[in-house]
Design a protein. Structure first.
Length: 410
C-alpha cells in the first residue's frame, strides 16, 4: 500500500537519526578514552595501584582522572559502564540495513549484472557474511597468530580488502561499500559485546569476591579497543559512501575502500602520537593526502557499467505491474522529460559526470524498478526535480501518485 511507502520512508529517517546519534556518542567516548589512555602521566602523588593520571579542564571545572590497570582495592558503589553507545549503534545500523537494503533489495541490494539472486538469497549472503567476519576475526585474535598485534592488523587489512572485492562481485556498488562498513562495524561492536565488557565484568566480579584479577583480561580488552580505534574513521567513510556515486559506482570501489582503511591508520596515528607526547607527525597528513588523491583517481578511472536491456525479462512481479499499468507510458515520458537529463548513463546537466546516487532512469525497466523512489521523491514530495532546474507541475506529480498507489497494493 502507498501508506506503507510513506511510513517506511519516515521509519528509515527515524532509525537513521538514531543511528547517527548513537554513533556520535560511541565514537566520541571511544576517541576520548583513547586520548585519555595515551596521555596518562606518572606522578609521585598517585594512589597505590594507580597506573597514571591526567588533569583536564572543561566546562568551567577541573577533572582529576586516575587509571588502574586492574582496579583499586575497593570499587565504588556507582560504576559507569560505557557499552550502550556501541550496542545501539549496531542495533540501529542493522535495522537501517533491513529497512533500506533488505526491504528494498530489488533496488538497492541486488545487481542482476553481477549475480541473479532472489531477495532471500541476497539477504542470507548479507547476514552470513557479517557473522562469519566476526568469527574469523575473533578466532584469529585468540590464536597464537594474534599475539603479534602488528601482524594481526596487517592480516585484518588484507581480510577487509578481500571482503571489499567479494561484496562488489555480489551486490550493487552502493550496497557493497555499505556492507563493508557493516562488516567492520560488526567486528567493532563484537569486540565491545563479547570481549571488552565481559572481561571487565570478570575483573569486577573477582574484586567483589576478594580475588586478585588476572591482568590478562585488561591486556586483551586493550588490543580490541586499539583495533576499534583504527577502524572507526574508515567505517564512517563507508557509511557515508552511499551518498556519493564517485565512491561506490566506480569499477575500482573495492580498491578505494582499501585506501580508505589506510587513511584511517595514518590519521589516527597522528592523533595517537600527539596524545602520547611523541610530537606532531606531519608526514601522516602527507600520506593521507596522497592516499586520498589515489581515491580520487580511482573514482574517475572506474566508469559505471551500462545497464543491460535484458533486465526487462528479470523484472520482479511488483515492477512488472508498474510497467504494465495503462498510465505507465505517460509516467515514463514524464520521467524522461524531467529526470533523465541527470539520471542517465551520460548526464546532460553541466558538471554531472554520473547519475545522482547512481540512479539511472533511462529505460522502461529502470523506471519501473525505481517506482517507489520516484513516488517518494517526485510524487508525495517536491524533492525532485530540483526547483532550480526543470519544473514539474502538480498534474504530473498527481499522475505519478495515482500510478504508484494504484499498483503498490496489488
Amino acid at each position: 500500500m502507498f501508506e506503507l511507502a510513506v511510513i517506511g520512508a519516515w521509519a528509515e529517517f527515524a532509525v537513521r537519526w538514531l543511528h547517527v546519534i548513537t554513533a556520535i556518542a560511541w565514537i566520541g567516548s571511544s576517541f576520548y578514552f583513547i586520548a585519555l589512555d595515551l596521555g596518562l602521566r606518572k606522578s609521585p602523588s598517585l594512589a597505590p595501584g594507580a597506573h597514571g593520571e591526567e588533569w583536564q579542564v572543561h566546562g568551567g571545572g577541573f577533572y582529576h582522572i586516575q587509571k588502574y590497570l586492574v582496579a583499586p582495592d575497593k570499587l565504588p558503589d556507582h560504576l559507569i559502564w560505557h557499552k550502550w553507545q556501541s550496542y545501539w549503534t549496531w542495533i540501529s545500523g542493522f535495522t537501517l540495513l533491513v529497512l533500506v537494503y533488505y526491504v528494498g533489495a530489488e533496488f538497492y541490494l541486488i545487481d542482476l549484472e553481477k549475480m541473479e539472486l532472489q531477495t532471500w538469497q541476497a539477504v542470507a549472503i548479507s547476514v552470513a557474511s557479517l557473522g562469519l567476519g566476526w568469527v574469523i576475526y575473533d578466532q584469529l585474535c585468540k590464536s597464537r597468530f594474534g599475539e603479534d598485534n602488528t601482524r594481526l592488523m596487517v592480516f585484518l587489512f588484507v581480510l577487509l580488502v578481500i571482503m571489499a572485492w567479494g561484496y562488489t562481485q555480489v551486490f550493487t556498488g552502493r550496497a557493497a561499500l555499505l556492507h563493508l562498513g557493516a562488516f567492520t562495524a560488526t567486528i567493532m561492536s563484537g569486540n565491545v559485546f563479547f570481549i571488552i565488557i565481559p572481561n571487565q565484568k570478570i575483573v569486577v566480579a573477582d574484586l567483589k569476591a576478594g580475588r586478585t584479577p588476572d591482568a590478562k583480561y585488561g591486556k586483551i580488552a586493550k588490543q580490541r579497543s586499539t583495533h576499534n580505534n583504527y577502524l572507526t574513521l574508515p567505517v564512517l567513510f563507508l557509511m557515508l559512501s552511499n551518498h556519493y556515486p564517485l565512491a561506490f559506482a566506480s569499477d575500482y570501489n573495492w580498491l578505494i575502500a582499501g585506501l580508505v582503511f589506510l587513511m584511517g591508520v595514518t590519521i589516527r596515528h597522528f592523533f595517537n602520537s600527539m596524545h602520547m607526547g611523541q610530537g606532531y607527525k606531519w608526514w601522516t597528513w602527507v600520506a593521507t593526502v596522497l592516499l586520498f588523491a589515489g581515491v580520487v583517481m580511482l573514482s574517475v578511472m572506474g566508469q559505471p557499467k551500462d545497464v543491460a536491456e535484458e533486465e526487462v525479462a528479470s523484472l520482479s512481479p511488483a515492477a512488472a505491474r508498474f510497467m504494465n499499468d495503462p498510465a505507465f507510458e505517460d509516467v515514463y515520458w514524464t520521467v524522461q522529460g524531467h529526470c533523465s537529463m541527470c539520471h542517465s548513463e551520460e548526464p546532460l546537466w553541466p558538471g554531472l559526470h554520473w547519475a545522482p546516487k547512481a540512479v539511472v532512469l533511462q529505460t522502461e525497466a529502470q523506471v519501473a524498478r525505481a517506482a517507489q523512489a520516484i513516488y517518494l521523491q517526485a510524487g508525495v514530495s517536491h524533492a525532485m526535480p530540483p526547483g532550480s532546474t526543470v519544473l514539474m507541475d502538480d498534474y504530473a506529480r498527481q499522475d505519478i501518485r495515482d500510478w504508484f498507489e494504484r499498483n503498490a497494493g496489488s
